[in-house]
Design a protein around this ligand. Structure first.
Ligand code: PLP
Length: 372
């Protein structure tokens, strides 16, 4: 099987599995208990926290572990709105955000928040002048992702954060697809991350919070994570996240250079027979989202069973609806259905990519000629 679905999830790094193993075997103590074994587990969690914080690379804040980035984004949005001063109940976000942001915002709108969803241009970027026109002192939070999960487009986060701060609003950045792949710019107050997109385990994420901007607590209980997010932490998952983050920091330049080489190789194989969705300049190049007239993306995926790729976000793929992200670019439902998301990274070889793309290309060509 050739795995080209790096935006859905990434293979566990061997170093991550090694770091997790002791905590899954004999080291089973509760990290919140005062026993010697408990304190040892708590210390391992603090090491992991430092590793993830260093990979995020922002000064003046700290990370709380969560069960997923979805939880972190729910917490950031709902907790910030709860904490906002009276009169600040507006949320500004973008049409291309992940469902974890858009659905949380819609829920908050149902509770009385005033929601603005900004459109994006044909290349997937936010128009910051349009953003400026929406910003006023009633805005509590601006939520924009760094790297888009469906097409890899990179938004100007530092600029957006500066504009949000100018009206006294917080800035939340979903950096799930950005961590380990692009530099997280200074500016956001809240940053959501997830381990399984950086070769770590599933079931653990985190919310980095600038000191003083912590959202109100959503999950009450034993008072873990400085009382901000209760629940017994898993030392195994934390250690795995930490090891993955450390590896991402150490391999940063190598991983980025590898992805650039793969992108160039991929573009060479596909030629100009396929159109790339979204900006090619402001983009993480481990995400090749392409379309071709006459192609039925779902059928192509079914025909090429030994290649793992997807139509769009893993969460939306099951719905049968054309991707909201591609629709936001102005693509027709048909164009969105003729699109494929090909994601590669650290463990993808050039030979695998060439093999897979050649077969995707010839299957696409066959579908195109039948449709013509
Ligand atoms: N945000 C983005 C951009 C994502 O790609 C994902 C996962 O697909 C999430 C949020 C949710 O992350 P998690 O799987 O940790 O809930």
């Amino acid at each position: 099987m050739i795995y080209l679905d790096y935006q859905a999830t990434t293979p566990i790094a061997p170093e991550v599995a090694v770091a997790m193993r002791p905590w899954l075997a004999d080291k089973f103590a509760n990290p919140h208990s005062p026993s010697r074994q408990g304190r040892e587990a708590a210390a391992a969690i603090e090491v992991a926290r430092g590793q993830v914080e260093r990979a995020i690379g922002l000064p003046g804040g700290s990370l709380a572990f969560t069960g997923s980035a979805t939880e972190a984004l729910n917490w950031a949005l709902k907790g910030s709105l709860e904490r906002a001063v009276p009169g600040r109940n507006r949320i500004v976000t973008a049409a291309t955000e992940h469902a974890a942001v858009l659905d949380s915002c819609e829920w908050l709108a149902g509770q009385g928040a005033d929601l603005t969803i900004l459109p994006v241009s044909r290349d997937g970027l936010i128009d910051v002048e349009l953003l400026d026109r929406e910003l006023d002192e009633r805005v509590a939070i601006v939520a924009v992702m760094l790297v888009n999960n469906e097409m890899g487009v990179i938004q100007p986060i530092a600029d957006i954060a500066a504009r949000a701060h100018a009206v006294g609003a917080l800035m939340l950045c979903d950096a799930v697809q950005g961590l380990g792949r692009a530099t997280i710019p200074e500016g956001p107050d809240l940053v959501a991350v997830s381990a399984h997109k950086i070769h770590g385990p599933k079931g653990i994420g985190g919310l980095w919070m600038r000191s003083g901007t912590e959202p109100a607590t959503l999950i009450h209980g034993g008072g873990q994570e400085r009382g901000l997010r209760s629940g017994t932490l898993s030392p195994a998952l934390c250690a795995g996240f930490g090891a993955a983050a450390k590896l991402a920091s150490e391999r940063d330049a190598d991983d980025k250079a590898h992805v650039e080489r793969l992108w160039d190789t991929g573009i060479g194989v596909l030629g100009d027979r396929w159109t790339i969705n979204g900006s090619t300049n402001e983009r993480y190049r481990g995400n090749l989202n392409i379309r071709r007239e006459g192609v039925d993306g779902a059928r192509l995926i079914a025909d090429l069973r030994d290649i793992a790729l997807s139509l769009g976000s893993a969460c939306a793929s099951g719905s049968g609806r054309p991707s909201h992200v591609l629709r936001a670019l102005g693509l027709t439902p048909q164009q969105a259905r003729s699109s494929l998301r090909i994601g590669f990274g650290r463990y993808t070889s050039e030979a695998e990519l060439i093999d897979a793309l050649s077969r995707i290309d010839s299957t696409g060509r066959a579908q195109e000629s039948v449709a013509a």
